[in-house]
Write a protein that binds this ligand. Structure first.
Ligand code: 4G0
Length: 250
């Protein structure tokens, strides 16, 4: 799925995706901020069919597990050949799987610093362990649930990373991002009308007293986080936030 526009060397990030279902990727990555980042040359995203690196008539990508058991396992050969064709010296290779390191905003910031990332979207019951051992630099999970393949996790991560690329968001939007990077949930937002079906916008927001508004928003964010995600408050004490997390060395 190469983009219908030229992608030059001025791209700040290149992403290659290896998947058995490249059709999945049309849609989410062709709208909104990700589409705009691609058109602007900030992101060079290429989705590849793993079957392009098979050699047999049936384009075989999986096989029965040694030792027996249900399900199929993805063969190492197509994955190794694909990665060897796509990767350079400075490529970061990420496997998507439920046993991976938990994905988070901090991990998104980490990935956004890379110049080239290859995502391997596993399917079936998993991939041959030698892919994890000798090919992948990292394994990521988007949450504690099992999906039919790694395509949706790859798209989730690409979305989260793309909006962090310099120039991907408008000035209004990048300012709005800051509250989450402080590690709290967002404060409540309102727009016109000031009263809708009997529901009123809090008076403090209508007064135009900037310092009062900031105080109210901070207290709302803290209260909301305490009620809904007390774990985030603990995390703030244990490891103070900041966009300066260091990426692990390959
Ligand atoms: C089982 C990621 C299933 C093993 C992928 C991949 C959920 C997630 C799959 C693998 C996935 C997640 C070892 C690559 C594919 N499901 N939670 N399904 N391996 O991020």
């Amino acid at each position: 799925m190469t983009p219908p526009f030229p992608t030059g060397p001025k791209c700040s990030m290149k992403i290659d995706v290896l998947t058995l279902f490249p059709e999945m990727f049309a849609g989410p990555l062709d709208v909104s901020i990700v589409a705009r980042a691609r058109k602007a040359g900030l992101l060079d995203l290429r989705v590849h069919n793993l079957r392009d690196w098979t050699h047999d008539r049936h384009k075989t990508v999986d096989d029965r597990p040694f030792g027996g058991g249900a399900g199929m396992v993805m063969k190492p050969e197509p994955l190794f050949e694909a990665v060897e064709a796509l990767a350079g010296e400075r490529t970061h290779i990420v496997l998507l799987g439920p046993a991976g390191r938990p994905f988070s905003q901090a991990v998104a910031r980490e990935l956004a610093q890379r110049e080239h990332v290859v995502f391997i979207c596993g399917s079936y019951e998993g991939v041959d362990e030698r892919v994890r051992e000798a090919l992948a630099d990292d394994e990521l999970s988007i949450g504690d649930y099992v999906l039919t393949n790694g395509g949706l996790p790859a798209m989730v991560i690409i979305d989260a990373v793309t909006r962090l690329l310099p120039g991907a968001l408008g000035d209004d939007q990048s300012a709005a991002d800051e509250s989450f990077s402080h590690g709290l949930l967002e404060y409540p937002h309102y727009t016109r009308p000031a009263e809708f079906r009997g529901m009123k916008v809090p008076d403090v927001l209508l007064g135009g007293h900037h310092a009062e508004i900031e105080k109210w928003r901070a207290s709302q964010a803290k209260q909301r986080t305490a009620e809904r995600r007390p774990d985030l408050l603990n995390e703030q004490l244990e490891q103070p936030r900041g966009g300066d997390d260091q990426p692990p060395q390959n």
